[in-house]
Every structure is written in structure tokens, then in C-alpha cells.
Design a protein. Structure first.
Length: 402
């Protein structure tokens, strides 16, 4: 039940996004009925998470895990940001009532406290074990030919064949989406020492999720199967004439830029729903022909996270990133530009792959702002994400008041 609207929300737990929303709600429900010290830690942010693409090679029976080290490192960084944000949301009065009715003076959470090697080493090992368990179950699933579907002929699994990992692209594979979620909690220290009497122990709950459509394809066919997307710019609706308006008013536009945008927090799955309703579900009929669309977040040209900026025209907007993707624009002269992480975007794994390999493709990379007023000069637009890797954008649209 959504307490704010008193509506029953039906969640499909095979969906990673809805599973994350479910876990966030479960944490809130547990917090509401718990008297354990610090159980509200992270409840407004859900948890830190990452999504990893895992390809199962049908010929060799081998797995290719895309950027595991990158994802695990960013998971740690996002968790640290989550704790900082959660601590900032705590009441200024740190005297919290404990279960016995007494006062428990909780010391402020600092980076030194929650960045201990033991805490993260334990969380990392748990994450590694969960990934291995999920992939083992996935292997059993795709090894059953009657459960594997294909757009052409059924694929017979040949686990006896051996293939080198560098020949992976020549083989058929099935893609799985693995989601790891770290949720924080505080527990009252049981130590008898005076130094620990007022301290709380940080613990990390690690959860995992895996899903796949079980469609098989070849690596070299991936781009052929990727349909161009419609890009919908999330911006205030202006008429053709200039209108003065507060950037974040009328209607309210959720954004990640004002709360650790470089962290991947599960609360964003819930917070972005108004954007999806406004710019995806309520699209005019003529745009429904596109198989999928992505909402592009924006900010003012000269402001990063300043909610009081007044803008007078759409041309003053700066494009940041998609709801679940990074943005690249190709300019004349072979200049490929993507917004900087310091400007309020999440640095994704596929984004990093493009940055590392762009020069070999004959383009020069610039990390910097993408202004809407330069749209006339754009040669190409594409999005990157850990699962889809690279997706072309064939059309961009702007909202109007009509």
C-alpha cells in the first residue's frame, strides 16, 4: 500500500526496477514497526545498487561479466554517498530513545567510521557469492533447450565445446541482468567498553536479483537488434515566445542533480516515476510508433543544482543524461561530447567503455556540457547503459504547453 496516496501498487518482482522499489518499501515498513536504534538509516534513499550485464556463451558454457570490478567499485562509492545523504537527513538532535526508554547519544557517522576494510570486505564477499549463485541458477535455466527461445531456430546448448574468451563475439549468447543492492542499518554496540558505549555498528544487507528474456543472439548482431529510441527532453513546457519561469516549478520535475548524482541509489527508481508519466506514458499518439523512449534530464546552462534559477527559453537548457543512461552527442569535425560527472551525471560503465575506445574509432572525446541551443549542429546522438551498451537516438522532442 502506498501510504501517501492510499493506493494499492502492484509490483512485478521479475522486473529489477520494481524489485528495487519493493525492497525500499519493505525497508520503510520495517522501520515503521521497529525500535532498533538506527533502523531508519537510508530509508529515504533505499540503498545503493548496481546493474551488471552477464552474457552466457551457449557454445562454450562460459560467462562474460561486463565490468564487474567497475560495478563493485562504484557500488562501494555509492554506498558511501548513501550514508552521507542519510546522515544529512537525520534530525539535528542525535539523542535517540532506545528500546528501554533511555537516551542513546549516537555519534555522527563519518567517512572514517563506515569506510572500514572489514565492512566493505564482508559486503564484497557477499556480493561475489550472490553473483555466483545467481549465475549458477541461470546456467541451469539456459541449459534446458526446451526453455530457450530464439527468433529463428532453437539453439542447442553444446557445453562440451571449448572456445577462447576472445572469440566470444562469434558465438551465440544469452544476456542476463544482475542487480546487486546494498542496504545499510545500524545496530547498538554490545561492547562493554566506555568508548563503544555510545557507538553503533554499521551493517550492510546485500541482496541480488537476476532476470533475462532468454532470447539468444550473436554479439555482432546486437546493434542490429537495437531499435533507435525517441529522446524526450524533461523540461518545463514553454511556448514559442519567451516565458519567465522557475526551472523546477510548474510542474515539479524530479532530478538527481541535487543529491549526489554520482551515486547510484535505488530511491531514484521511485522518484523518477513522475517523469515517466509526464514524458513517456502521456506522449501524443504520433510518437507511440517508437518501440521505446528515454527521458533526458536537464538543468540550466549556468546552474548546477540551483533550484532558484529562472530561465526564459528552452535554448537555455543543458542536457545531462537519461533516466537510466548516459548521453553522447557527435559534433562536426568528429568531436564526441558527453557531460562530465562533476556536472551532475552518473558515470556509467558503458560510458567509460566509449571514452576508452573513442579515439580508436577516429573521434575526439570532449567531456563537457551539451547545450540545447547547439542542437542544429549535432550530427548524431546515442545513449549508453550497462545492459544495452549503445543505443542510437533518432529523434528528440520538446514539451509545449499544448
Amino acid at each position: 500500500i502506498d501510504c501517501s496516496s492510499n493506493r494499492l501498487n502492484i509490483l512485478d518482482l521479475t522486473s529489477p526496477r520494481q524489485w528495487l522499489e519493493y525492497q525500499e518499501q519493505m525497508k520503510k515498513d520495517a522501520t515503521a514497526t521497529s525500535t532498533t536504534v538506527g533502523d531508519d538509516m537510508g530509508q529515504e534513499c533505499g540503498g545503493a545498487y548496481t546493474v551488471i550485464r552477464c552474457d552466457y556463451c551457449l557454445l562454450s558454457g562460459m560467462w562474460k561479466i561486463w565490468g564487474k570490478d567497475f560495478h563493485f567499485r562504484r557500488l562501494c562509492e555509492s554506498f558511501q554517498k548513501l550514508l552521507l545523504l542519510s546522515h544529512a537527513q537525520q534530525p539535528s538532535d542525535t539523542n535517540t530513545r532506545n528500546q528501554d526508554g533511555g537516551d542513546n547519544n549516537m555519534s555522527p557517522i563519518t567517512m572514517e567510521i563506515f569506510s572500514g576494510d572489514i565492512l566493505y570486505d564482508t559486503a564484497m564477499k557477499s556480493s561475489e557469492k550472490i553473483v555466483q549463485t545467481l549465475l549458477l541458477e541461470a546456467t541451469k535455466e539456459v541449459s534446458a533447450p526446451d526453455k530457450l527461445t530464439s527468433e529463428t531456430n532453437p539453439i542447442m546448448v553444446q557445453n562440451d565445446s571449448k572456445v577462447e574468451i576472445n572469440n566470444f563475439g562469434e558465438s551465440s549468447f544469452v544476456t542476463f541482468m544482475v542487480t546487486l543492492l546494498w542496504q545499510p542499518s545500524l545496530e547498538k554496540s554490545t561492547s562493554n567498553s566506555s568508548a563503544a558505549a555510545s557507538a553503533s555498528l554499521m551493517k550492510v544487507g546485500v541482496l541480488g536479483h537476476i532476470c533475462s528474456d532468454l532470447q539468444s543472439c550473436r554479439a555482432l548482431e546486437t546493434m542490429d537488434r537495437t531499435s533507435p529510441r525517441l529522446g524526450v527532453i524533461a523540461a518545463p513546457a514553454f511556448d514559442q515566445t519567451s516565458i519567465t519561469a522557475n526551472y523546477y516549478d510548474q510542474p515539479f520535475l524530479p532530478n538527481r542533480i541535487d543529491s549526489y548524482p554520482e551515486a547510484k541509489l535505488s530511491s531514484w527508481c521511485r522518484r523518477r516515476r513522475p517523469l515517466e508519466r509526464m514524458f513517456k506514458e502521456e506522449l501524443p499518439p504520433e510518437f507511440l510508433k517508437y518501440p521505446s523512449s528515454e527521458v533526458l534530464l536537464t538543468t540550466h546552462q549556468n546552474a548546477y543544482g540551483d533550484n532558484n534559477v529562472t530561465i526564459t527559453h528552452n535554448n537555455e537548457l543543458q542536457l545531462l543524461e537519461g533516466l537510466t543512461s548516459n548521453l553522447f552527442v557527435l559534433y562536426p569535425g568528429g568531436i564526441l561530447r558527453t557531460p562530465a560527472v562533476s556536472n551532475g551525471v552518473l558515470g556509467g560503465y558503458a560510458r567509460q567503455l566509449v571514452l576508452n575506445n573513442a579515439a580508436a574509432c577516429g573521434v575526439t572525446v570532449e567531456v563537457g556540457p551539451i547545450f540545447l541551443e547547439d542542437a542544429h549542429a549535432w550530427k548524431e546522438i546515442f545513449l549508453t547503459s550497462s545492459i544495452s551498451l549503445i543505443v542510437p537516438v533518432s529523434k528528440l522532442i520538446l514539451p509545449t504547453r499544448t
